[in-house]
Design a protein around this ligand. Structure first.
Ligand code: FAD
Length: 442
């Protein structure tokens, strides 16, 4: 079941030419297109389904600095700066509110890990701090459990996934950019080594630059062109309540539950420590690259053999530019949510915050998260193919960093001085082995 997402009236005609073509109408693709259009660059964004139809409308809506890989901190700080001014800048609603994020510690050991992160964050002048058991009640009233403490960042925020990507896409159109939906990009061609033509299901676009912001589909797209992006998909489960006064404004994650207040007055609820991993042939091809990540997450990521294995075999082929591709066969990836995991999350939440017993569940859904071996995205040129860029692999935390990632990608494409050092996001690190394990303080 798909969560709600605001509609965008698509641009009708496919432009024959553009300076830059962007694949994907998620938060990263629309933000990239927005920052390009703001610079006066002619841009066409093609989305195979609907704007924000996949991860960008299915996520929890946390826009958080705390707990991140150090590699991402300068970019998320920039992204939060953009979020704070975004509604005024684009004159549209994205539902952003600086309401803070808190992680409740389940044990003294976890609190000690949080403390290491808070100490580390001081060098970035973040307002992250540890909360005592009593202070937790101030930001999350109504709790009945005694937590050893919490990690809390007041300057973290939340935005509304159903609104954000569509609002930014409309801003792209107002700046003169084209935003097409139900328009898959099938592939590209090069001339003298440089990207020269992009093939969509509605015809070709002449261009010198292509940005792949295709979320969980980016690996399949690049593989068609012989480019190896190590990326796997993990299915995460979410539900939302009807409008209801739970009394908690801060976004709170505790042991095996998480909540975020919604613009409509309800809550988005998830488990946080259990996702499903559908095995595919790629699971075996990329076993070595993902081994450190699998070891770190093996308690929370649950492998299973499903029909997805055979679907992936069918998708994994070399198609021609005049044939229907896997992108057109599955306009919106809408995984079935796990009731078992969601029921457990609901029980854990009620046990910690009994007010949620009254919350009526309106809807449940799944979302396929694109994960890289080190859980850091790639925002980078692909050196072997001039004119080809990737902004993908956000590993379950790309919504909050999306506007910043879009700005950085636009700066890399146009060759201007980037807002943050792009080195940690280089595509080449996947192949030279420079960073292949997720960050950890353990
Ligand atoms: C359940 C869940 C909870 C999450 N919680 C959070 C959170 O609280 N905070 C946070 O920061 N992040 C969170 N995330 C992660 C976040 O949602 C993603 O990292 C982010 O939305 C990625 O944006 P994207 O634009 O890269 O990808 P997507 O939003 O997936 O967009 C990619 C788009 O590309 C399109 N596409 C693919 N291939 C083609 C093609 N060939 N032609 C045309 N279009 C194509 C797809 O249809 C899709 O719409 C969560 C994710 C999930 C699923």
């Amino acid at each position: 079941m798909s969560p709600p997402v605001d509609p965008v009236t698509p641009t009708k005609a496919l432009p024959a030419k553009a300076d830059v073509v962007v694949i994907g109408g998620g938060i990263v693709g629309v933000s990239t297109a927005y920052f390009l259009a703001k610079k006066g660059v002619s841009v066409v964004l093609c989305e195979k389904g609907r704007i924000g139809g996949e991860q960008s409308s299915r996520n929890w809506g946390y826009c958080r600095q705390q707990g991140r890989d150090p590699a991402e901190l300068p970019l998320i700080i920039e992204s939060l700066r953009i979020w704070r001014g975004l509604e005024a800048e684009i004159e549209d609603k994205v539902g952003f509110k600086q309401a803070g994020v808190a992680y409740l510690a389940s044990s003294p050991e976890e609190l000690a890990r949080f403390e290491k992160w808070a100490d580390f964050a001081k060098q970035y002048q973040l307002d992250t701090r540890l909360l005592s058991a009593e202070e937790i009640d101030d930001i999350a009233p109504g709790g009945v459990k005694k937590w050893p403490g919490a990690l809390y960042t007041a300057s973290d925020g939340r935005a509304e996934p159903s609104m954000a990507a569509p609002a930014i896409a409309r801003a792209v159109q107002r700046l003169g950019g084209a935003v097409l939906t139900d328009c898959a990009i099938r592939g590209f061609e090069t001339a003298a080594g440089n990207v020269s033509t992009v093939y969509t299901e509605r015809g070709p676009i002449e261009t010198g630059a292509l940005v792949v912001a295709g979320g969980a589909w980016s690996r399949l797209f690049l593989r068609r062109h012989g480019i190896d992006l190590p990326q796997q998909s993990v299915v995460s489960n979410v539900m939302r309540t009807k409008p209801f006064d739970g009394g908690v404004e801060t976004s709170v994650s505790g042991p095996n539950f998480s909540i975020r207040r919604r613009v409509d007055g309800g809550y988005t609820i998830a488990h946080g420590a259990a996702s499903n991993y559908d095995l595919t042939p790629d699971s075996f091809r990329m076993l070595l690259k993902f081994w450190p990540a699998f070891k770190a997450e093996h308690r929370t990521v649950l492998p299973r053999l499903t029909s997805r294995f055979f679907e992936a075999i069918r998708q994994d082929r070399k198609w021609r530019m005049d044939e229907v591709t896997p992108f057109e066969e599955k306009r919106v990836w809408d995984p079935t949510p796990s009731d078992k995991i969601l029921n457990e999350a609901q029980q854990n939440l009620i046990a910690a915050f009994p007010a949620f017993e009254k919350a009526e569940i309106e809807e449940r859904w799944g979302g396929a998260i694109d994960v890289t071996p080190d859980a850091v995205p790639s925002i980078s040129p692909v050196d072997a193919t001039p004119g080809l860029f990737v902004a993908t692999g956000f590993s379950g935390h790309g919504f909050g960093i999306g506007p910043g990632a879009g700005r950085l990608m636009a700066e890399i494409v146009t060759g201007v001085s980037p807002c943050v050092d792009p080195t940690p996001f280089q595509f080449s690190r996947f192949h030279d082995g420079s960073k292949l394990a997720p960050f950890s303080f353990d």
